[in-house]
Design a protein around this ligand. Structure first.
Ligand code: ATP
Ligand code: MG
Length: 425
């Protein structure tokens, strides 16, 4: 026998018992973002490879080793999107959405990164992302953080820590870069292979290392906050004032640099210690230079992305998720003519009582086996249509969750009787 084909490592099915969780989270996000006036945008999953190279940066984990890149039949270099910001900027530029206007956008969908799969780290994973354009001040940075804080509240997630840092301007980072090169250069022997490579190409990335052996060295590195100029400092202070005024707690994390090249000024992450090493559930920041970098007019921008699998893992750990939806009614039938009538009846019930979930048994099967399925479906009642009932123009109502005796009602009275039964619950 041939071997079964399995899903690709690091890529997972979301089964019916879990889709409820996803839908619950998505509904919460949609509701909260709607209340802030954000609009959904949907981009393709595949883009030209060049887009990601130009935006995320050549010397990043993602572009160096994590992208799913291939040549299509025309010989175009394409990539499964590893994140949503680049595609979103491409889309707003392509459709002229930045001409004299601000934008508040969000999207959701799968992202692809060839990482080492482990708990909370997958090769296909889901992000919900938010991007705003045309607003330069710390007020919009604060608004994004308020949105996330409100979302945690709506979902019932607590215990997340908000970490903040400022990456300053390009010039300030250039000065910082020199200090870092000098510092890490003095500790060359302690650097791992990745970091040695990055020492000259992109030393800030060394701070973002996931290698625990490097933790101590990174902890002793110079701090960018000390090199911030007046403008950057003011932006950062104003953001902190806004957060304090709204009662949003945060901690300053001078090592927070984020894994992508395009950030400037504000960067933030929401972190938990309950998910092991994969503790960041939401990350974002300002990227004022990206729009110009991709060919548009210089436009301030700030956004964030949430890792849906990690948020769901948190909700599951806390038992915060809704039960899987159960059927209300299971329709049991037996005999050729009854089967036909049963399907029509089920439709009639669905027309009249749209709030009820009606499962109709399909195909043959002994009554006993059908009642077993009815029980398993969670339905409160089974409707029973056999040849006897059909001959009398009646239908049986069997109460599955209490000791009430089975009833028989005229088919024409069924909807009325069901309304009564379910009204009482
Ligand atoms: P990490 O530091 O965990 O690698 P990152 O900085 O690469 O994250 P971003 O590119 O900022 O992550 O993506 C935003 C969020 O998407 C992350 O905070 C995380 O919740 C989620 N995420 C990123 N990569 C993965 C992945 N491979 N599997 C599952 N979720 C992920
Ligand atoms: Mg990463």
């Amino acid at each position: 026998m041939e071997k079964n084909i399995q899903a690709i490592r690091g890529m997972h099915d979301v089964l019916p018992s879990q889709t409820r969780h996803w839908q619950y989270l998505e509904a919460c996000v949609r509701e909260v973002l709607g209340r802030y006036g954000y609009q959904e945008v949907r981009m393709p999953i595949v883009e030209f490879t060049e887009l990601f190279k130009r935006s995320i940066g050549e010397v990043t984990d993602i572009v160096e080793k994590e992208m799913y890149t291939f040549e299509d039949r025309n010989g175009d270099r394409l990539t499964l999107r590893p994140e949503g910001t680049a595609g979103c900027v491409r889309a707003v530029l392509e459709h002229g959405l930045l001409h004299n206007q601000t934008q508040r956008l969000w999207y959701q969908g799968p992202m692809f990164r060839h990482e080492r799969p482990q708990k909370g780290r997958y090769r296909q994973f889901q992000q919900i992302g938010v991007e705003t354009f045309g607003m330069a001040g710390p007020d919009i940075d604060a608004e994004l953080i308020f949105i996330t804080a409100r979302l945690w509240k709506a979902l019932g997630i607590d215990g997340l820590e908000l970490q903040l840092n400022s990456l300053g301007t390009a010039e300030e980072r250039a000065a910082y870069r020199q200090e870092l090169v000098a510092y890490f250069g003095c500790h060359h022997d302690a650097l791992d292979e990745d970091s040695r490579r990055r020492l000259h190409s992109n030393p800030l990335r060394i701070l973002d290392t996931k290698n625990p052996d490097m933790a101590e060295l990174v902890a002793g590195a110079p701090v960018l906050a000390d090199l911030l100029g007046e403008g950057s400092r003011r932006h950062f202070e104003q953001l902190q004032t806004l957060l304090k005024a709204a009662g949003v707690r945060f901690v300053f994390n001078p090592r927070l640099v984020r894994g992508l090249d395009y950030y400037s000024l504000t960067v933030f992450e929401w972190v938990t210690d309950r998910l092991g090493a994969q503790g960041t559930v939401c990350a974002g920041g300002r990227y004022d230079s990206l729009v110009a970098q991709l060919g548009g007019r210089s436009t301030p921008a700030v956004g964030f992305a949430m890792g849906v699998e990690r948020l769901i893992a948190l909700l599951e750990a806390d038992g915060r998720l809704p039960e899987t939806a159960r059927a209300d009614i299971y329709l049991v039938q037996r005999g050729e003519a009854a089967r036909r009538e049963a399907l029509v009846l089920a439709e009639r019930v669905r027309d009249a009582l749209p709030q009820l979930r009606v499962l109709a048994h399909c195909g043959n099967g002994a009554f006993k086996a059908q009642f077993k399925r009815a029980d398993h479906s969670g339905a409160r009642i089974a409707l029973v249509l056999g040849e006897d009932e059909l001959a009398r123009g009646e239908i049986g109502i069997k109460h599955l969750r209490n000791k009430l005796p089975q009833e028989a009602v005229a088919v024409d009275c069924l909807v009325g009787r069901l309304a009564e039964i379910f009204d009482k619950s």
